[in-house]
Design a protein around this ligand. Structure first.
Ligand SMILES: [Zn+2]
Length: 187
């Protein structure tokens, strides 16, 4: 599955011809045809692509964190290896606290989310799907953040895609990798 072009919530760019397709305001499953090249896309407004973070703890156990809103990730010395706050606790500066001396405190990185509609290929069929555009940004951390092999520059938001690995403090003795995944949620 690969994600394609996006523009706004109401329009999407045709993958074949680049023409703008209007997304109908519907609650029912429908078929959308590009008026320029007659490409056909499926659209079910109930189907969403849900972004998730995947962590691995000291015992190599993995757990997931479904991203519903943006998130702040940083160090909290007294917590467990990884602690997830359900709400942003005002006494803590981050939603996800990590006990790792190379991760910055205030916080290390931020993930922002924005609604978008994009085209996804699923086997033979193509569909227009509701998803979240997720961008990761390093928050002036001491040891930096990389996405895959790309070291983020200061103030450079980086768009995340399925299968990416966000690495905190990549050049330290204890780099921490977080997987980014998008899964289809079909209620
Ligand atoms: Zn087209």
């Amino acid at each position: 599955m690969s994600s394609g072009f996006f523009l706004t919530e109401k329009q999407v760019k045709c993958e074949n011809c680049g023409g703008l397709i209007q997304i109908p305001l519907t609650t029912d499953s429908t078929v959308i045809t590009c008026e320029f090249c007659r490409s056909v896309y499926e659209y079910n407004p109930e189907v969403h692509l849900v972004p998730k973070l995947r962590f691995e703890d000291e015992e190599k156990q993995t757990f997931e964190y479904a991203l519903a809103t943006g998130v702040l990730i940083g160090r909290e010395g007294s917590s467990n290896f990884i602690t997830i706050q359900s709400d942003l606790n005002p006494s803590l500066k981050q939603n996800i606290c990590i006990r790792n001396p190379y991760v910055s405190r205030c916080p290390h990185l931020r993930i922002k989310m924005q609604d978008e509609i994009s085209i996804s290929s699923c086997g033979e069929s193509k569909r227009v799907i509701n998803k979240k555009k997720c961008t990761v940004e390093d928050c002036k951390s001491t040891n930096g953040t990389a996405v895959n092999d790309h070291m983020l520059k200061l103030g450079e938001p980086w768009m995340l895609k399925h299968g990416d690995r966000i690495v905190l403090a990549p050049n330290s003795q204890l780099p921490l990798a977080i997987g980014f995944e998008e899964t289809v949620q079909n209620p």
